[in-house]
Design a protein around this ligand. Structure first.
Ligand SMILES: Nc1ncnc2c1ncn2[C@@H]1O[C@H](COP(=O)(O)OP(=O)(O)O)[C@@H](O)[C@H]1O
Ligand SMILES: Cc1ncc(COP(=O)(O)OP(=O)(O)O)c(N)n1
Length: 533
C-alpha cells in the first residue's frame, strides 16, 4: 500500500470545514489515542485502550513509535516514517467522527509536526495532551531537541497533563519542590498557552504538601484565567504505578467527551485510578514497576465479593458496615452530641459542613431522580433533593445564623461529595442509589440511638441538641429511609454482577465517609483547613 502525505491526501478529500461537526457529547465516545506502544500493556497505546474501554468509550489507536519496553525499562525505540503516521491518522479521521483525542508519546520533531498538521481535521474533538518525555525508569521518550516543538503543540490542546518534571521542562524552569510551586507553575503555563493544565501530585512526597493535602495525592485543574480546582485523592502505597499518566489522560479524554465537565471528569477518573492502583498488586505483571488494574471494577475479585445467597442488598451491606456503625456510635463527637456536652464550636463546624454537603447531595439525588426506572422512584428522589435544599436553608436561617462557621468544604466533606459525584457520573442508577443510601440510613440510625438514650434519661427539653435528635428520629425520616432501602434492594435484584459489586463498594465507601464526617469536627487540623483564606 502506498504511503501518501497529508498534502497529497488533502487533494482527495473534502474541505475539512464541510465535514460534519463532531457530536460534543456522546454516551459512547469515539476516542483516538495517538501514542507509542508498550508490549507489556502497562503504558502507551495499550494502557490508553484499556483506560478508554474502562470508561465506556470506543477506543482507537494510531502508533507514533514502537517501544521495546517492559516494567523494568525501555530497551529500544523504533519510529516509523512520519509519512506512515500521517497515513494512519488520515485513515481514521477520513472515516470516523472522533469525539476525543489523547496524545501521548510523540518522540521527535517530525512526529510532533505531523500530528500538529493533522489536528485541525478533528476540530471540535476534546484534545488531551500528555507531554510524555521520560518514563518512570528514567529512559527518554522524547528527543531533547523536540522539546520546543512539543511546547508549541500545547496551545492546540484543551488540556495538558504534565507530571512535575514535564511541567518544568515546558516552562524551562527547575522542577517544583512543593505543591504550591507546582500550582504556580501550572498557572503560568496555562496563562502562557491559553490551555488548561492538570497539575499532578503523583511525584510529590507528603512533606511537600500543604496541610490540607498532607499524605494525599491531589491533582489540580488550572485554567488560563488562573482559577485552580484541587481534586484531593488518597495516596496508594504501591510500586505498581507504571502508566498512570497515560491511563489518566486517556480516561479524562473519554469522560470529558461524555460529560463535557472537566471537574466531574477528573473526580470520576481519580476515583477509578485510586481503585486501579489499590488493586494493581493483584496483577503480578513483571518484576519492575508493574501496571495498574484498569478493569478492577469488572474483575473477578470484585464480582466474587458479592455473595450468591440471594440475600437482599440491605442485609448484606448492613452486615458489612457494622464496624463503621459501632465506631460511629463510640466517636467522641457522637457521644458528646448525645449527652449534650459537645462544644458549640464543634457543632457549628459540623452543621456548616452539613449545609455545604446537603447542597451537593441534593444535586446527586436529582441525578438519581433523572436515572430512576419508575415514576415513583423518580418522584421520591426529586422530593428528597428538594428536601435537602430546604433543610440546608433552614440550617442557615436557624442554627448557623450568628455562629462563626467555615465557609468552604473541609477535606472530608470534599472527598465525600467527590465520591458521590463520581457515583453520579458512573451512569448506573443502582450504583448511585447505593452511594446515597448511607446518608439516609446512618443518620436515621444515629438519630434513633441518641434519641432513645435521651428519652430513657427523661427527654429533658433543655438538652442543647434535642432538636437535632428529633429531626433524625422523626417517623417521616424513618419512612423516607425505608423507601430508599427498598429502592436499593430492588436495584440490586435487577443489577448485573458487575453493578452489584460496584453497589457494595459504593455503599461501603459512603459508610466510611459518614464515619469520617462525624469525626471531623473534633479534629482541629481539619477544622482549620476549612476556613476561608
Ligand atoms: N501512589 C499514588 N497514589 C494515588 N495516586 C497516584 C499515585 N501516584 C500517582 N498517582 C496519580 O496518578 C496520576 C499520574 O500522576 P503522575 O505519577 O504524577 O504522572 P506520570 O505518570 O505522568 O508521571 C495522577 O492523577 C496522580 O495523582
Ligand atoms: C509508549 C509509552 N508512553 C508513555 C510512557 C510513560 O508512561 P507514564 O504514564 O508517564 O507512566 P510511567 O510509566 O512513566 O509511570 C511509556 N512508558 N511508554
Amino acid at each position: 500500500m502506498s504511503i501518501r502525505t497529508l498534502e497529497e491526501h488533502t487533494q482527495h478529500t473534502k474541505d475539512p470545514s464541510s465535514l460534519p461537526a463532531p457530536a460534543r457529547l456522546r454516551t459512547v465516545p469515539r476516542v483516538l489515542s495517538v501514542a507509542g506502544t508498550d508490549p507489556t500493556g502497562g503504558a502507551g497505546i495499550q494502557a490508553d485502550l484499556k483506560s478508554i474501554g474502562a470508561h465506556g468509550g470506543y477506543g482507537m489507536a494510531v502508533v507514533t513509535s514502537l517501544v521495546a519496553q517492559n516494567t523494568r525499562g525501555v530497551r529500544s525505540v523504533h519510529t516509523p516514517p512520519s509519512a506512515f503516521l500521517e497515513e494512519q491518522l488520515l485513515a481514521v479521521s477520513d472515516d470516523v467522527t472522533i469525539d476525543a483525542v489523547k496524545i501521548g508519546m510523540l518522540g521527535d520533531v517530525d512526529t510532533i509536526r505531523t500530528v500538529r498538521r493533522w489536528l485541525p481535521r478533528v476540530a471540535g474533538a476534546v484534545v488531551v495532551l500528555d507531554p510524555v518525555m521520560v518514563a518512570t525508569s528514567g529512559d527518554r521518550l522524547l528527543a531533547a531537541e523536540a522539546e520546543d516543538e512539543l511546547r508549541a503543540l500545547v496551545p492546540l490542546a484543551d488540556l495538558v497533563t504534565p507530571n512535575l518534571a514535564e511541567l518544568a521542562v515546558l516552562l524551562g524552569e527547575p522542577v517544583a519542590p512543593d505543591w504550591d510551586t507546582a500550582l504556580d507553575q501550572g498557572k503560568r503555563l496555562a496563562a502562557a498557552t491559553g490551555t488548561s493544565v492538570l497539575v499532578k501530585g503523583g511525584h510529590l512526597v507528603a512533606r511537600t504538601m500543604g496541610d490540607a493535602e498532607a499524605g494525599g495525592c491531589p491533582d489540580a485543574l488550572v485554567d488560563s484565567s488562573g482559577s485552580v480546582l484541587v481534586v484531593p485523592g488518597a495516596r496508594v502505597d504501591t510500586r505498581n504505578t507504571h502508566g498512570t499518566g497515560c491511563s489518566l489522560s486517556a480516561a479524562l479524554a473519554t469522560v470529558q467527551a461524555r460529560t463535557g465537565d472537566w471537574e466531574q471528569s477528573l473526580v470520576l477518573v481519580k476515583d477509578w485510578l485510586r481503585g486501579a492502583l489499590e488493586r494493581a498488586d493483584e496483577l503480578e505483571v513483571g518484576g519492575g514497576n508493574g501496571p495498574i488494574h484498569h478493569f478492577h471494577q469488572f474483575s473477578a475479585g470484585s464480582v466474587q465479593k458479592v455473595p450468591q445467597d440471594g440475600r437482599p442488598f440491605s442485609e448484606l451491606v448492613w452486615e458489612l458496615t457494622s464496624g463503621h456503625r459501632s465506631a460511629i456510635e463510640t466517636l467522641g463527637f457522637v457521644r458528646a452530641l448525645g449527652d449534650g456536652s459537645l462544644p458549640d464550636g464543634q457543632f457549628a463546624y459540623y452543621l456548616a459542613q452539613d449545609a455545604l454537603y446537603l447542597g451537593e447531595y441534593s444535586r446527586v439525588l436529582a441525578r438519581a431522580s433523572a436515572l430512576a426506572p419508575t415514576e415513583a422512584e423518580q418522584q421520591f428522589w426529586a422530593k428528597s433533593a428538594l428536601n435537602c435544599l430546604e433543610v440546608e436553608s433552614e440550617l442557615h436561617r436557624t442554627w448557623l445564623a450568628g455562629r462563626e462557621a467555615p465557609g468552604r468544604q473541609g477535606p472530608v466533606t470534599k472527598a465525600y461529595v467527590d465520591h458521590l459525584l463520581a457515583a453520579s457520573g458512573n451512569g448506573s442508577y443502582a450504583v448511585l442509589v447505593a452511594a446515597v443510601l448511607p446518608c439516609f440510613w446512618l443518620y436515621a440510625h444515629v438519630g434513633n440511638v441518641l434519641h432513645a438514650q435521651w428519652s430513657d434519661a427523661g427527654a429533658d427539653r433543655a438538652h442543647p441538641y434535642a432538636d437535632w435528635m428529633e429531626t433524625y428520629a422523626d417517623p417521616a425520616f424513618a419512612d423516607a429511609t425505608a423507601r430508599a432501602i427498598a429502592y436499593a434492594d430492588s436495584a440490586f435484584e435487577h443489577a448485573s454482577p458487575v453493578d452489584r459489586a460496584a453497589m457494595i463498594n459504593a455503599f461501603e465507601a459512603s459508610a466510611w465517609y459518614e464515619h469520617e464526617f462525624f469525626d471531623a469536627p473534633t479534629r482541629p487540623d481539619l477544622r482549620e483547613s476549612a476556613k476561608l483564606p
